[in-house]
Structure formats: C-alpha cells, structure tokens
Design a binder for this molecule. Sequence first.
Ligand SMILES: [Zn+2]
Length: 169
Amino acid sequence: MRDTLVLNASFEPLSTVTLNRAVVLVLQDKAVVEQAHPELRMRGAAVDIPAPRVIRLCRYVRVPFRRQAPWSRRGVLVRDRHRCAYCGKRATTVDHVVPRSQGGRDTWLNTVAACAEDNHRKANRTPQEAGMTLLHQPFEPTPADAMLLALGREDFDTLPEWLARSTAA
Ligand SMILES: [Zn+2]
C-alpha cells in the first residue's frame, strides 16, 4: 500500500494515513507536502499535485497516543470511516452493540457506526437477538484515527470526484 507518513508541525512523525486521506488533508490546507512520489501525481480540472509520500501538518496537534482517546460519537464514525458495521453503506448514526437498555456502555468496544435503517431495525437488541451480523468487530481507535480526530474534521476519506490519480510518463 502507498501510505503517507504524517509529521506534526514540529516535524515529529505522528502516524501514517492512506494516500487519499493525505491528499484531502493537503487540499483542505491542513497539511503541506514535504516529500512527493517521484512518478505519481494527482490531477484534476484545477489542480495537479505530486502524490504525497510525506506530509506535515500546518498546525501542531496534541495526539493522545499513550492515553486512550476519549470516546465520542464523532470518533466512532471516524474510526469506522462512516461505513455501517452491518451493511457497509454510509453510516450517520452510532449503534450500541449491547444496547444501553441491557447495560451496554459508551465505549469504543461497544459501539459501531451504523446506517439509520440498520440502527432502527436492530433497536434495543443485541446483534444475535436481531439476527444481524457485524462485518467487523469494534476496536480501539488507531493513532491515525486519533490524529484525524484531533484535527477536528470528520471526513478525510472522500476525494473530490474531479480529482483523478495518474502516473506521469
Ligand atoms: Zn447499514
């Protein structure tokens, strides 16, 4: 995979992100390209930038690497990349795997992103009770997730449609 290394504004390495996320960070003026792939470029109607191999954040962020990142609904959506844990479609809600009515808590390991339809269908039941299957198990956020959360934006996964990836001859 072509992952991109992210440096803090102070040049300390923070984590790696996907190439798409790196390009979105640059296009949103959250980061600048420090080192580019020699052959790969990202091209669109109004932009032509080298695909970043190393980017540096414009603003210093404090990332809780050692402590556990505090749980939040927004954090669950970022961690799960806005994909429903039951069907894989775009998720806008957070589902408690063990419902709160059965003692389930607001923790990283008990919550997943879910589309409104599946969240409504599952209601106050466990996946087993509802006959639904999790596509993946919930997990603690990665350092990259924690960094993106610290940057304060939700959606770093979606490249603009007009932007294509191409390789220079
Ligand atoms: Zn769904």
